[in-house]
Design a protein around this ligand. Structure first.
Ligand SMILES: Nc1ncnc2c1ncn2[C@@H]1O[C@H](COP(=O)(O)OP(=O)(O)OP(=O)(O)O)[C@@H](O)[C@H]1O
Length: 938
């Protein structure tokens, strides 16, 4: 199972101050020359990636003829706050600032048809190159799949089970404000609808309470449309009433309204059915627009939507790249109404699936299958799929391990469309690679679901990533619809900050942020979010923190408060925002440097979904860069560790045809000093690489501790073969029977799932109780590799290329920001802290794979004290066995499964060399280890 690994990596950063007498080497300056640097090129450049030639891949650089701001716009305004890293503009200056934004180069920007530009006032800051400060030791959250964090629960996450019978209480990310709107009952199947099925509707009071509706301005368009219609029926001018009022007259009027409403719904339903049927016969532009109007109330499609829908309806697979909030979901929702079979949407996170299910228009029957549902909920959904009542089904990639699910499609049921949401997760060159997405191959999807058409969707993908995704899903190169990955209503600014906390407060109290009522502040480290939100509250700004370490219940509450505009600021890690369709977020502030331009674009994309001008400011200091730079190495592995891992995976006693093998995650992770996600990546590669060495099975808790209650065990064993096997294979500890599920299942030739089902039956009969622990990867061996050495060398090379690619992405982010604060000549529309044009250009070039050659390593190459420090460290820890990588990680302040931060962050050397290139520290560690233990020991 893939765990929700938020903060589980235990990665901590040390901000160990330099030793006084011998300070560390000077930090490379932001403008330092490249002379002494290793040039790190993305491995992706070696990756044989033909540039996509499709015309639709926009690559036009912005024109140099963008109107320049007047000198007045660019001249700093005298201000009492002149010592600050930015200055506040006079209102008169804002007008010219607005016109600058209006004049942004539009050619390479999205021109989303329906983004009306209600302009918020503009801003201008002047930066101040004051030196950065150190932060306290904190826990980082990353969007990278390997450190996939999130309050968002991954499909196989176990910690925060979603009980979909009552998810409002248990799920971390239900948006109270938007979710609980009861659906308009348009469905023919008589089912209660997407919300009711998930029990998200809470009370009917909200349904008629206009007060609560008005607070939900972020609710997506389709639902707003239905609410508008209801409001019309209720009469706009009527005073607010609640159905809970005892007044008989009120009840009567409510009943009348409901009657009118249900009549209107019936006619809506009929109208939609008619339009659907006409469009099915003739999917012309005109009919599709009509359907859009009756289903969602929108007058026109946004850029890219109609093309995508038409291709899908024609049965052609499509790669769709639209910016965040541009309306990608509609591109499968609308075809789902027209296509005869089910639409299966593969999504990486449970929270995302729930959000998308909630946002389905009420006339589309939706369903979801996830690991944390009860058996009854799963069967009920499977029954509905079989009865063809579900039109759109959300599943995780792990669902394709599930035999029961796949068997549905092996009979006469077939999917009309498979949608791969967040499709960049397929590619290891993306910022958010997920091993479980690797198995999403066109061949597998076609074989499992009888599907012809695949729609891959993403908001953030480079050319290399797109190529990978399209290759995996067999999407023809010409079938790409790509609009700019940035919306043009986002105003981008950057300032160099010497005191980010103070600068943030100043920013929030300055024009135009002070007029914005809904703001997200993104941080990298969990502890930062708590500290900042406390500081803001102390300074009269209503704020709450949000990160993976906060209990799910509190996270949900924070999201609800934010969505209903009861708090102004959420200070969050990357855990916040995915799937959040709050329309009126007016600003996103980056307190920390994002890990990649993809992450930056994704996060600023939370702002301005209503199409209004919105502000995205980044407070920059280079300390975070060095911390993140170190963390990029937390998943690296050595060749000999992979070799040892392979020996364990293919251990001779496991090599029995058809037998279930297992690898307990936690102990294996410690033993090989490899993160769980890295182990899964290797296992998936062994399954899906050129040779299929193994077949992955659903992950299980493999250790069972069992108690017998009714029938004596020996008597029960006479009737139940499983019990006989358990008695043979178990150890008894204090009257309890402890056994390994796969070993026991193997001994009687059944699957682990069958054994689990038999245990479940015995439990229902009251015969036994049991507990399961030790989550493990399960697999069967198909072929034992002939040459472990060359296979480990191949895997090591591949994993190190992925590591280099991550570092390169961070460097690209750093370079773009440093260019804005230091290199930008403030022409072509840039002025003060405003860098929309130059950042847009950098982003477009990055995504199009242009002009990335000067992205270079920023770390220093060596330090005169490094070898000496490593020597002292090894001498003072002579009782511990180290590898060069382990020593380098400690010097960089990175925890790993075998060298945890709890153990090692106390050492004086923890994180001392974050500014020295990781490889160089490894080299130095290797040399010292050789001196220390002798060559043979390495
Ligand atoms: N043609 C349209 N006209 C007006 N609004 C639209 C149109 N299409 C979609 N929308 C609205 O845009 C909002 C964003 O849509 P959606 O959530 O599908 O975006 P997205 O591209 O999936 O974003 P993300 O990548 O952040 O998930 C929704 O509220 C949706 O109702």
């Amino acid at each position: 199972m893939e765990s929700d690994s938020e903060s589980s990596d235990g990665s901590h950063i040390s901000a160990t101050p330099p030793r006084e007498p011998n300070p560390p080497p000077p930090r490379p300056t932001l403008r330092s020359s490249n002379k002494s640097r290793i040039r790190v090129r993305a491995s992706s450049s070696n990756h044989s990636t033909p540039i996509l030639k499709s015309k639709k891949l926009s690559s036009n650089p912005p024109s140099n003829s963008d109107p320049k701001p007047t000198p007045k716009d660019r001249s700093p305004i005298p201000s009492p706050l002149s010592g600050l890293p930015f200055q506040i503009r006079r209102p008169s200056d804002q007008i010219s600032a607005i016109s600058t934004v209006e004049a942004l180069p539009a050619r390479h920007l999205s021109s989303s048809a329906s983004f009306s530009k209600f302009r918020r006032p503009s801003l201008n800051f002047e930066d101040d190159p004051s030196p950065p400060v150190f932060d306290s030791e904190s826990q980082v959250e990353s969007s990278g799949a390997h450190r996939l964090t999130s309050g968002l629960v991954s499909e196989e996450s176990k910690g925060e089970a979603v009980n979909t019978s009552n998810p409002v209480k248990r799920h971390p990310n239900l948006i109270g404000g938007s979710a609980p709107q009861p659906p308009v009952k348009l469905r023919k199947c008589g089912n209660e609808g997407n919300f009711v099925r998930l029990n998200l509707n809470r009370s009917k009071r909200r349904f008629l309470n206009k007060g609560s509706r008005s607070r939900n301005s972020h609710v997506s368009g389709g639902r707003k449309y239905y609410r508008k219609r209801r409001r019309k029926l209720e009469g706009e001018g009527e005073p607010e009433k609640s159905t809970y009022e005892e007044d008989g007259l009120v009840v009567e009027s409510v009943q009348q309204k409901q009657k009118k409403e249900s009549q209107s719904e019936k006619s809506d339903s009929k109208l939609i059915e008619e339009v659907v049927s006409v469009t099915r016969n003739e999917p012309s532009d005109e009919n599709l627009v009509k359907l859009l109007k009756v289903m969602y109330g929108y007058d026109s499609f946004r850029d890219g939507q109609l093309d995508a829908i038409k291709m899908v309806l024609a049965g052609e697979s499509v790669m769709l790249v639209l910016p965040t909030g541009a309306g990608k979901s509609l591109c499968y929702q609308l075809p789902a109404m027209i296509l005869p079979g089910i639409t299966v949407v593969v999504s990486p996170l449970i929270a995302l699936m729930i959000d998308q299910l909630k946002q389905l228009p009420p006339m589309i029957q939706g369903g979801l299958l996830c690991s944390s549902q009860t058996a009854e909920q799963v069967s009920e959904t499977l029954r509905q799929i079989q009865e063809r009542t579900i039109k759109v089904l959300y599943v995780s990639p792990e669902r394709f391990f599930n035999a029961e699910f796949l068997s549905l499609f092996s009979t006469n049921l077939s999917a009309s469309l498979v949608v791969v949401d967040e499709a960049h997760c397929i590619s290891e060159w993306s910022h958010n690679f997920r091993p479980s997405y690797m198995r999403l191959r066109a061949s597998m999807l076609r074989a499992s679901l009888n599907v012809k058409c695949i729609l891959a969707m993403t908001a953030t993908a480079t050319v290399t990533t797109l190529h990978d995704v399209m290759f995996a899903l067999a999407i023809p190169q010409t079938n790409i619809i790509q609009k700019a990955q940035l919306r043009d209503n986002l105003q981008l600014s950057v300032s160099l900050s010497g005191n980010r906390l103070k600068d943030l407060l100043m920013l929030l109290n300055s024009h135009p942020f002070k007029e914005v009522h809904s703001i997200i502040v993104y941080c990298k480290f969990q502890s930062e979010t708590d500290q900042i939100s406390r500081y803001l509250c102390d300074n009269n700004i209503s704020a709450k923190s949000y990160h993976g370490g906060i209990p799910a219940k509190d996270r949900t509450r924070t999201q609800e408060l934010f969505c209903s505009n009861k708090i102004r600021v959420v200070v969050a890690t990357v855990a916040f925002g995915m799937g959040l369709d709050k329309q009126d977020v007016g600003a996103v502030i980056h307190y920390s440097l994002p890990e990649s331009l993809e992450e930056y674009v994704q996060e600023i994309g939370r702002a301005g979904r209503d199409g209004r001008l919105s502000y995205c400011h980044l407070l920059f200091e280079d300390d975070t860069y060095f911390k993140l730079r170190s963390l990029m190495h937390s998943e690296g592995v050595d060749e000999y560790a992979i070799n040892k891992f392979l020996s364990e995976v293919f251990a001779s006693e496991k090599n029995l045809h058809g037998k279930i093998c297992s690898l307990v995650k936690e102990s294996a992770s410690r033993k090989f000093d490899m993160k769980e996600e890295v182990m899964l990546t290797i296992l998936t590669h062994l399954e899906l690489g050129e040779v299929q060495y193994l077949r992955l099975l659903p992950q299980l808790n493999v250790t069972c501790t069992l108690n017998f209650h009714k029938t004596p065990p020996v008597l029960l064993a006479e009737k139940e073969i499983a019990v006989a096997a358990i008695l043979k294979k178990s150890e008894t500890k204090q009257g309890q029977y402890v056994f390994d599920i796969p070993t026991t299942a193997n001994s009687i030739g059944i699957t682990a799932t069958d054994l689990s089902n038999q245990l479940q039956n015995l439990k229902f009969k009251g015969e036994i109780t049991y507990e399961l622990k030790d989550p493990a990867y399960c697999y069967t061996i198909m072929e034992v590799p002939g040459d472990f050495c060359s296979l480990s060398a191949h895997l090591t090379k591949w994993l190190s290329e992925v590591e280099i690619s991550k570092v390169w992405k961070l460097n690209a982010m750093f370079d773009a920001v440093v260019f804005a604060v230091n290199g930008c000549e403030k022409m072509h529309g840039c002025y003060g802290c405003q860098h929309t044009p130059c950042l847009q250009r950098k982003i477009v070039a990055y995504f199009n794979g242009e002009d990335n050659s000067d992205i270079s390593n920023k770390t220093g190459q060596t330090s005169p004290f490094l070898r000496a420090d490593i020597k002292v460290f090894l001498q003072s820890n002579s009782h511990t066995k180290f590898t060069p990588r382990a020593v380098a990680r400690i010097m960089h302040g990175i925890a790993s499964p075998a060298y945890t931060s709890t153990m090692w962050s106390k050492t004086h050397f923890w994180g001392r060399y974050t500014q020295i290139d990781f490889q160089m520290v490894m080299e130095a560690a290797k040399a010292e280890l050789m001196n220390f233990v002798g060559k043979d020991a390495l």
